[in-house]
Design a protein around this ligand. Structure first.
Ligand code: SF4
Ligand code: SF4
Length: 136
């Protein structure tokens, strides 16, 4: 099986060798898709894991034991550049700052896909429905 998961680390868990353990102890193949690591706040990582179902479950149990929250990522977020009017509303709800003000003078809003954790909050607030969610 292959699954994409979102990992949320608290400050005291970012230094754990989790990738090494997932590979070595649970025989899981990994691909880090996105990472937003901060020593001062909650950190996030989106990872694709591949392995047997039994090993996947054991790996998730290992992460839970370290107090690392995991959730499956089964959706993707996209922005329709033609619809976006750069109102900036979405930047106020986007905690990982995937949506951010690039230039204060022009107030142009950028979307950094690599930081997005698919929380869908921007989809709810965008007045012109420029942000959308797709399911795998
Ligand atoms: S809320 Fe929608 S229209 Fe406004 S900046 Fe964000 S994506 Fe663009
Ligand atoms: S879904 Fe939207 S609000 Fe949530 S992290 Fe991605 S860009 Fe930010």
């Amino acid at each position: 099986m292959k699954k994409r998961i979102i990992l949320r680390f608290k400050k005291n868990t970012i230094d754990k060798p989790i990738v090494y353990k997932l590979v070595k102890d649970y025989n899981l193949i990994f691909n880090i898709l996105r990472a937003n690591i901060s020593p001062k706040a909650e950190s996030l990582m989106v990872m694709e894991l591949e392995g047997t179902e039994a090993n996947f479950k054991k790996g998730m149990k290992y992460l839970k034991g370290l107090d690392i929250d995991t959730e499956p990522m089964e959706r993707d977020i996209n922005r329709d550049e033609n619809k976006c009017v750069h109102c900036g509303l979405c930047t106020s709800v986007c905690a990982p700052e995937a949506l951010y003000i690039k230039d204060r003078r022009s107030m142009s809003i950028e979307f950094d896909y690599n930081r997005c954790v698919a929380c869908e909050l921007c989809v709810k607030v965008c007045p012109v429905k420029a942000m959308s969610v797709s399911f795998e």
